[in-house]
Ligand binder design. Structure first.
Ligand code: AMP
Length: 311
């Protein structure tokens, strides 16, 4: 199955307790593609400026990802984001966001990108996500990510696009902000009344939870001794999650497929956070992913024992 992704392709400046990077390849679509390309064919849609070099384009092409719909805007500057993490890596402050080439971007997808079976609308202006959704009318599974910025400044468009996707992937505090419900489960169930059949709540180092009308499944993050840079963990997770669904598109809402999708997303995200930017996912091999997925099956299951309770 083919996966099309639209979202930011960026230069990121990041400060974490492990170090500082002034300018490295980043962006939601980039991190997603690096993960999903381990599972299926990916086509990236988005603009870059003429400051975007061949070396960065080659990273986007990792494992055969198509960059035919990556538009190089002459005289334009690539999207730029700058963030700083607190010492425990759970808090992140955005210091700068420059939309640059995304401000004038009008997505015109090639025939091949429009014909995708699976569409991931990575974090970008909801208006652009809507335009791409319209062009991929025949997609069989559509997932969406967003962030607090768009809940604050483009809520109406965000609500419109949420109503047109199968799956919403969001940080748990953003789910609460979006729905105005302080409880994660009731927030997710509120979203399920708007159209999506699945909600994935990303919970940082605590992992992620999958909520459907009749199921709940949570996985811890893969336990690591050192996290170097959490940037893009959510998009990498989404790449693994959506990638497994793409491979099992005829059973996309099957509980077993979804739980495995959660495990692959979690394992891939763990490789992303071990190094700065895209470094972790560029070099990853299938055998390493399989090993961590196998560990996760162990963490999430336990054998029942008889425990006598007192009334
Ligand atoms: P995550 O850590 O999963 O939230 O994703 C971080 C990535 O999202 C970085 O590589 C940024 O380039 C990108 N990003 C940050 N802010 C925005 C935004 N407002 N719109 C689109 N992409 C963004």
């Amino acid at each position: 199955m083919s996966i099309t992704v639209v979202g930011s392709i960026a230069f990121d400046a990041v400060e974490t307790p492990s170090g500082v990077r002034e300018r490295m390849l980043g962006g939601a679509a980039t991190h997603f593609a690096l993960a999903a390309s381990l599972l299926d064919g990916v086509r990236v849609v988005g603009p870059v400026g003429d400051d975007f070099g061949d070396a960065e384009m080659d990273v986007l092409r990792t494992r055969g990802t198509s960059v035919d719909d990556v538009e190089r805007v002459a005289g334009g500057k690539t999207f730029f984001w700058k963030g700083k993490y607190g010492w425990d890596l759970n808090t992140r402050e955005t210091l700068d966001t420059q939309l640059n080439v995304f401000e004038q971007f009008a997505p015109k997808l090639s025939e091949a990108s429009r014909a995708c079976d699976v569409l991931f609308l990575a974090n970008i202006q909801p208006g652009l996500q809507l335009e791409v959704r319209e062009q991929c009318a025949q997609a069989r599974f559509v997932a969406l990510d967003s962030m607090n910025l768009w809940i604050d400044i483009a809520r109406d468009q965000l609500m419109e696009i949420i109503g047109r996707v199968d799956c919403l992937v969001l940080n748990d505090e953003e789910l609460r902000q979006l729905t105005g419900k302080p409880n994660l489960i009731s927030a997710a169930h509120e979203v399920l009344t708007w159209g999506p059949k699945l909600v994935v709540a990303k919970q940082g180092e605590y992992g992620s939870a999958l909520i459907t009308a009749d199921d709940f499944f949570a996985l811890p993050a893969y336990p690591l001794h050192e996290v170097v840079d959490p940037t893009g963990a959510g998009d990498t997770f989404a790449g693994g999650f959506v990638g497994v669904i793409a491979k099992h598109i005829d059973r996309a809402t099957d509980r077993r497929v979804l739980r495995n999708a959660m495990a692959y997303g979690t394992a891939l995200a763990s490789f992303n956070v071990e190094q700065f930017g895209t470094e972790g996912l560029e070099a990853i091999k299938a055998a390493q992913v399989r090993e961590r997925v196998a560990d996760l099956y162990g963490f999430a299951h336990f054998e029942p024992i008889d425990v006598e309770l007192i009334d």
